[in-house]
Design a protein around this ligand. Sequence first.
Ligand SMILES: Nc1ncnc2c1ncn2[C@@H]1O[C@H](COP(=O)(O)OP(=O)(O)OP(=O)(O)O)[C@@H](O)[C@H]1O
Ligand SMILES: [Mg+2]
Length: 354
Amino acid sequence: MEERDDDVPLTKTKIKVGVVYSLKKGIESKAIDEEAEYDNIETVVAINEALSSNDVEVINIEADQNLFDKIKHEKVDIVFNIAEGIKGRGREAQVPAILNMLKIPFTGSDETTLCLALDKALAKRILSTYNIETPRYLLIKADDFNIPKIKLRYPLIIKPNAEGSSKGIGDTCVVSTKEQLVIELIKNRELYHTDILVEEYLDGREFTVGLIGNGQNLHVFEPMEIVYLSKTQADYCVYNYKIKQDFQKYIDYKCPSTIERKIIEKMKKQAKKIFNVLGCRDFARIDFRLDSNEEIYFIEINPLPGLAYGYSDYPMLASFCGMDYQHLIRNILKAGALRYGIRPYNEDDHESIQ
Ligand SMILES: Nc1ncnc2c1ncn2[C@@H]1O[C@H](COP(=O)(O)OP(=O)(O)OP(=O)(O)O)[C@@H](O)[C@H]1O
Ligand SMILES: [Mg+2]
């Protein structure tokens, strides 16, 4: 059981949960996806409603620069964390680090896992030492203005190294010549000022795999296949920002997928291994893509996946697998709370994660 603040009693009948979040602010920017990772208030309200019950009191706390004082003052038993943080490569780690410093329990992965997962190149590097296949890549640092010698096989996909929600992944992100590559690199650097990942593009089928729970109770949902109704960029299929905004038009989600069971089982096994190797907790979503020989490749992991009702992939795949939004959110809380020895709901209301 994990360490918790001594003044939080274990035997209270009602627990107090703080939903901690980062909201979109409508910041003006040249990049249309500037605030892609932040949440709308509707998501906070949906989580609040899903968690509220006779046993659970819920309050909302915005993860702004006053978080430290606000969270100390509120004396919550546990935080339901969906905060993306404010700035920097380690931004997703900011809230968990503050909570750990204050010894406040929280759902989801800790700061170290969130940092290394957000850095795609770092996660790929670590996972490749565990024999997880991932596309070959090159990392270009934000302050490196030389166009590097590329030893990778075209086509290549260009994406910011530490973003999510397809931020920075546009209509022209797959390139098949050096000239196109240079144009994309310059564009990316100007808009996002971040390290850039240049990765071999895989042209096989795409899947995202959700997980929930911990240890023996870690459950892997059926992989959800992202089936493209039309090519998104010339000859390429990319689940880019525009497609995600208008997914009903471009995507058919298949869960379960019709692909061979052997591939599904292998992917689920890999997802579990990745979750554990990176020290994830409570929930995560992992993206995979196949190559033309149907070999499975890890693309990236989201230990803080979006939870927007009716929009984000994670609640969508859970619902395909029979776990509706309310149960999903409660099960995330339960997974986190149980690690600290807190029982968020009474036994009559106890839903199994499996
Ligand atoms: N190496 C690759 N080969 C083929 N397609 C890729 C590759 N890398 C990324 N993609 C495409 O780009 C999409 C977005 O990439 P990625 O998942 O790395 O970005 P993200 O912004 O972190 O996504 P999320 O919204 O899941 O946080 C993928 O879903 C996939 O369609
Ligand atoms: Mg992704």
